[in-house]
Write a protein that binds this ligand. Structure first.
Ligand code: ASP
Ligand code: MG
Length: 419
């Protein structure tokens, strides 16, 4: 058994669906196929949730109609019996017709999860109309999570039991990425871009032969083409390199995806849905570490430096205090460094969380910070690669380990600010 995963970009319009159907027909007559919501549907549904929770009637109607008309236009171009899709539209309308009773996050999961339900219903109807033996499976009945809404944690034992008992027999099995369900029957999502993770969950539970993630890029490149002109396709990557690259911010694979497949030694292929016969990239148990330098760019970074007011050392006690504050504020640290009496971190800018966090830290520390920075990570660096990314940049902080260098840079000389 193999697992295929198609992301939102692959099914963003009628042609995309025809193409995905062709890949399914020719490459996987009896596989598990995990599909994301179409195009930017998840963003639109997030907008609907925001409107609904704020009870903005006009905005609710406008977003609802965007979601409906987008899917309807796609269905109008395709053959199929789309009755199930219309039922989901009705369910969505009913959801937002009554006043909110649950928390934001719980409500979010009930509504945003419908993007994946819609996409899989449309694809299954289309495949059936083309006589492809196919079955629709509800991932909410298969993936059991806790009630940590928007970031559900998987109950592996129960999930494995359900998946291995249910997904048997011949034919293509289509299901949704990104969603699961708690023991009390509430839908729980697995975090934005979580469909890759879903594919890994299915692969783990089925002891799959392989997982293939179909993307709009030829495979895993050594840099995002958005930032670099000359990118190189990496043919093979070790699990370790893949997890490191994902951790540092390479967006090609969701960071949670690697652990389940590494634990079972299942290879992960990343291929282009535009050139399905090209080999793409394989992530697996390779001995050889990848030696091509990889570049990961994160923009909109803030460098925060903390200096204890009482001139005490940065030691275990105030570090645990600092980490506690960051964890409570939900601010993830991308890089950290300390000296005797200062502690610096780089984090994603967040106009809401960061000022609140800095306000709290100010009681015990003098806080200075720089905004609008870039965090550049190079795995398998050498001096030439460092020099290449530092052209026209000012270096504020550098951290080197044997294989990885992280550089915090700014474009123009910017003044440090004191909070
Ligand atoms: N549709 C979800 C999202 O856009 C999950 C995914 O695409 O992987 O975040
Ligand atoms: Mg998506």
């Amino acid at each position: 058994m193999r697992v295929f995963k198609f992301g939102g970009a692959s099914v963003k319009d009628a042609n995309g669906i025809r193409n995905v159907a062709e890949i399914i027909k020719t490459q996987c007559p009896s596989e598990v196929v995990v599909v994301s919501a179409m195009g930017k549907t998840t963003n639109a549904l997030e907008e609907l949730v925001a409107a609904y929770m704020n009870q903005q009637t006009e905005r609710i109607q406008a977003t609802l109609s965007t979601v409906k008309s987008y899917h309807t236009a796609i269905m109008n171009e395709l053959e199929g019996d789309f009755g199930a899709v219309h039922e989901t539209f009705c369910f969505l309308e009913e959801c937002v017709a009554v006043k909110p009773v649950c928390s934001y996050n719980e409500t979010y999961d009930q509504i945003v999860s419908l993007g994946e339900i819609l996409s899989t219903q449309i694809i299954v109807a289309y495949l059936k109309a083309h006589y492809v033996p196919v079955m629709w499976f509800d991932a909410r009945q298969l993936i059991r999570t806790d009630t940590n809404f928007r970031e559900g944690r998987v109950d592996w034992q129960e999930t494995a039991r359900r998946i291995s008992e249910t997904l048997v027999g011949k034919g293509v099995k289509i299901t949704q990425g990104f969603i699961g369900q708690s023991a009390n029957g509430r839908t729980v999502t697995l975090g934005r871009d979580g469909s890759d993770y879903t594919a890994a969950i299915f692969a783990y539970c089925l002891n799959a032969e392989s997982v293939t993630i179909w993307k709009d890029v030829p495979g895993v490149l050594n840099a995002d083409p958005k930032w670099f002109d000359e990118t190189v396709l990496l043919d093979t990557i070790t699990y370790q390199d893949a997890i490191e690259l994902a951790y540092y911010g390479a967006t090609v694979i969701h960071p949670k995806t690697i652990k389940p497949i590494q634990n079972k030694g299942i290879p992960l292929h990343v291929k282009s849905f535009l050139t399905p016969d090209a080999p793409g990239t394989t992530i697996g148990n390779f001995k050889q570490h990848l030696l091509t330098p990889s570049f990961i760019f994160k923009v909109n970074q803030v460098l925060i430096s903390l200096h204890p007011n009482d001139f005490s050392f940065i030691a275990e006690d105030n570090l645990s205090h600092i980490f506690g504050r960051f964890a409570m504020a939900g601010v993830k640290i991308n890089l950290m460094q300390n000296t005797a009496i200062s502690f610096s971190v780089v984090v994603d800018d967040d106009p809401d969380r960061i000022p609140r966090l800095l306000g709290q830290l100010k009681d015990d520390f003098r806080v200075s910070y720089n905004e609008n920075l870039e965090l550049i990570t190079i795995r398998y660096y050498d001096q030439a690669t460092i020099d290449r990314v530092l052209v026209h940049k000012k270096l504020l902080l550098e951290q080197k380990s044997r294989y990885t260098v992280q550089l915090v840079v700014t474009d123009v000389a910017q003044e440090q600010r004191v909070f």
